[in-house]
Design a protein around this ligand. Structure first.
Ligand SMILES: Nc1nc2c(c(=O)[nH]1)N[C@H]1C(S)=C(S)[C@@H](COP(=O)(O)OP(=O)(O)OC[C@H]3O[C@@H](n4cnc5c(=O)[nH]c(N)nc54)[C@H](O)[C@@H]3O)O[C@H]1N2
Ligand SMILES: Nc1nc2c(c(=O)[nH]1)N[C@H]1C(S)=C(S)[C@@H](COP(=O)(O)OP(=O)(O)OC[C@H]3O[C@@H](n4cnc5c(=O)[nH]c(N)nc54)[C@H](O)[C@@H]3O)O[C@H]1N2
Ligand code: SF4
Ligand SMILES: [Mo]
Length: 610
């Protein structure tokens, strides 16, 4: 008999509603959920073609143990059983802990773990129980600048006001290509429809990008082409011009801001005429952008990985917040609004900005949201003093996703123990001592978590596993809970049933009078929450101690002087300087989905860069 099961996609941030078709315990099809109250029948080809991942013969099926040395290629693995492998790993981790202490063990959690509510909580619990401090994750490749930026300006890493796209008159998008990527730090199914609707209403759309992107299509005038890695100067110059036009909202600034004189002093160093050559945008065009943004009835702004991944992503995000705040568009209809989801997360992201940095053999570094910078992973492994000797990689492929793969490979070959939990034998997994097969998104239950605080329409969805894990694949939470048991810690598996696993998420849902049991009764497993509102940002959401927006956080002093240094260097660059920029396509998802044949159709549009 054919069963149609409601579920949702966990590949990227929109979390589109899906219907999975199951016949005789076998997945036979996936389609977009037309009845889904939020995604309303939208899903992209990665979600609807996920059956190819699920059935892929290359998928890991059994727990495996390495037979040859790490440096030997190809890797040789032998099949083993879960009890054996868990006991082996537990014993080896305990030995390393006893011999070298806790800093000899590190963890890297990859991007897919952000879409795995129970898995990510189990990894966290395991690391806390062992006391592991050397944590790395994919965020330092694509978004930790945003955590650090919001922390400095709003007092919490978890406050990222999103564009009020349904009401805005002007939408400024920097470093993103929603047609291909469906946006990050803004959970919105079918973003291109929203952008088209906004355009049809008469809103102006502007993309800042070195490349004429797919999202703009034939609307070439919507793209302002910029030289790579110079957005921070464009934003400073736009703010400068808006101030010159007398369009700072003094009332909002007096009421809710601080350090505004310092902001003014800073932006006055970057008038449009000065930054034109470095950004590749003529002064008149910068002034036009500034005029448009500040004259619009309402204007919204969003910045993504094209800028995040640059050298000055944190400062750029500060200036993005400033564009919104000083023009009175923060917390205003049609501007940028905080999307309170089922759990008020802003408070838990609060951080004390004093003494954030600590000395390390590689200079002063800091944790951002509990994680160290990924590009130091190789240094930590190769360090003479107190090196990382064991690494647990969960749902990530750092060898491909962190820059400098050759060096990282050589470093990883030196690890005494590498445990990799993945769907596939990835490049990183080629070096593993233990390679453990994870259940895929259709083989596990879950709840929407990644978009919390960033959903265009707040909602919560629960899904049961569509299909039981095939072969000997296991969910990540189970693997970590078993490891806890093997190493003598308390564990989710100590008591029966789902309750312990669901406890934390039920506590979070309780803030919205919801529970997993209640979600199960809702159509599509989905409860719609109140829409995003204005007028609570400065009273309820902002987390600085004085509840004021910091317009020029002192923690940026050093970066601000580096910014000038970099500017002087950029001014010296020859006009034909070649620079590489990232190109995300429909054919892959970061470093995976390479086997999905039906993603490889079509071609990359040849589009001009400056
Ligand atoms: N070369 C390159 N580098 C990049 C990027 C890129 O596109 N190309 N993108 C950048 C960005 S934006 C990011 S976020 C980071 C991502 O950095 P990573 O997370 O390190 O890299 P991914 O390629 O996303 O790796 C995901 C791995 O998880 C596995 N996987 C998929 N689903 C599951 C699951 O449910 N459970 C488990 N256990 N494993 C799973 C995949 O098979 C894959 O090996 O990389 C950044 N760096
Ligand atoms: N098909 C597909 N979808 C994906 C992914 C994928 O790999 N494939 N990855 C997912 C992940 S993990 C993420 S984080 C999101 C990312 O989603 P987006 O942030 O939208 O990522 P991109 O589509 O790479 O868009 C980045 C844009 O920045 C531009 N750019 C490069 N350098 C600069 C610069 O210096 N300044 C400016 N202004 N622009 C610049 C590039 O030309 C590119 O158009 O996508 C998600 N969705
Ligand atoms: S847009 Fe993202 S969440 Fe939606 S179906 Fe595609 S991959 Fe899945
Ligand atoms: Mo990402």
């Amino acid at each position: 008999m054919l069963r149609r099961v409601n579920t949702f996609c966990r590949i990227c941030e929109p979390a589109c509603g899906l219907i999975a078709e199951v016949e005789n315990d076998r997945l036979v099809g996936i389609e977009a959920d037309k009845e889904h109250p939020v995604s309303k029948g939208f899903a992209c080809h990665k979600g609807t073609k996920f059956d190819e991942v699920h059935h892929d013969p290359d998928r890991l099926k059994y727990p495996m143990r390495r037979r040859n040395a790490k440096a030997e290629y190809p890797a040789q693995f032998e099949r083993t059983g879960w009890d054996e492998v868990i006991n082996d790993m537990g014993e080896r981790l305990t030995n390393i802990l006893d011999l070298y202490g806790v800093d000899a063990i590190a963890s890297y959690t990859g991007n897919p773990m952000a879409f795995n509510a129970f898995g990510v909580q189990a990894v966290g619990s395991f690391l806390r129980k062992l006391g592991i401090r050397r944590n790395f994750d994919a965020a330092s490749q694509d978004c930790s600048n945003k955590f650090a930026g919001s922390e400095a300006v709003f007092g919490t890493n978890s406050l990222h006001p999103v564009p009020d796209i349904d009401n805005t008159d002007y939408l400024l998008l920097l470093g993103e290509n929603p047609q291909v990527s469906h946006m990050s730090f803004f959970s919105i199914p079918n973003p291109m429809k929203k952008i088209r609707d906004a355009r049809a209403r008469g809103a102006q759309i502007r993309y800042i990008n070195p490349r004429l992107i797919e999202s703009a299509g034939r609307n070439h005038d919507e793209v302002v082409q910029i030289k790579p890695d110079t957005d921070v100067y464009l934003l400073a110059a736009m703010l400068n011009e808006i101030d010159r036009l007398g369009r700072f909202d003094e009332h909002v600034i007096n009421e809710h801001g601080k350090n505004i004189d310092q902001l003014r002093e800073f932006i006055h160093r970057y008038p449009p005429e000065r930054v034109a050559t470095v950004t590749g945008i003529e002064a008149a065009d910068i002034c036009r952008l500034a005029d448009e943004f500040s004259a619009a009835q309402s204007a919204a702004i969003h910045m993504s990985t094209g800028v995040n991944m640059g050298r000055q992503g944190t400062l750029a995000y500060w200036l993005v917040h400033m564009m919104s705040f000083v023009t009175g568009n923060l917390d205003r209809s049609g501007g940028n609004l905080y999307s309170l989801g089922y759990y008020p997360g802003a408070r838990s992201g609060r951080n004390d900005l004093q003494n954030l940095f600590h000395e390390s053999p590689f200079g002063d570094i800091r944790y951002v949201r509990g994680s160290l910078p990924g590009n130091l992973l190789a240094d930590y492994i190769e360090s003479e003093e107190n090196p990382i000797r064991a690494l647990i990689v969960t749902g990530g492929n750092p060898l491909l996703s962190i820059a400098g793969g050759d060096r990282l490979r050589k470093a990883m070959e030196k690890l005494e123990l590498l445990i990799v939990i993945d769907l596939y034998q990835s490049a990183t997994a080629e070096l593993a001592d233990y390679l453990l097969p994870a259940a895929d998104m259709l083989e596990r239950s879950d709840i929407t978590i990644i978009g919390l605080g960033m959903q265009q329409q707040p909602y919560a969805q629960f899904t049961e596993a569509v299909i039981v894990p095939q072969y000997e694949r296991k969910e990540e939470w189970w693997i970590f809970a078993r490891m806890e048991q093997a190493m003598g810690y308390s564990s989710l598996l100590d008591s029966e049933g789902d309750t312990p696993l669901y406890n934390r998420l039920n506590n979070m849902l309780a803030h919205s009078d919801l529970s997993i049991a209640r979600l199960k009764d809702e159509p599509s497993g989905t409860a719609i929450l109140p829409s995003v509102t204005t007028d609570r940002f400065y009273t309820d959401h902002i987390q600085t101690q004085d509840k004021r927006v910091d317009c020029c956080p002192p923690i940026f002093d050093e970066s601000i002087s580096n910014m000038e240094q970099i500017f002087l260097e950029l001014e010296q660059e020859p006009e034909d300087q070649l620079k590489l920029i990232s190109l995300r396509t429909n054919f892959m998802h970061n470093g995976w989905q390479q086997n999905v044949k039906r993603l490889k159709q079509g071609h990359i549009r040849k589009i001009a860069c400056i």
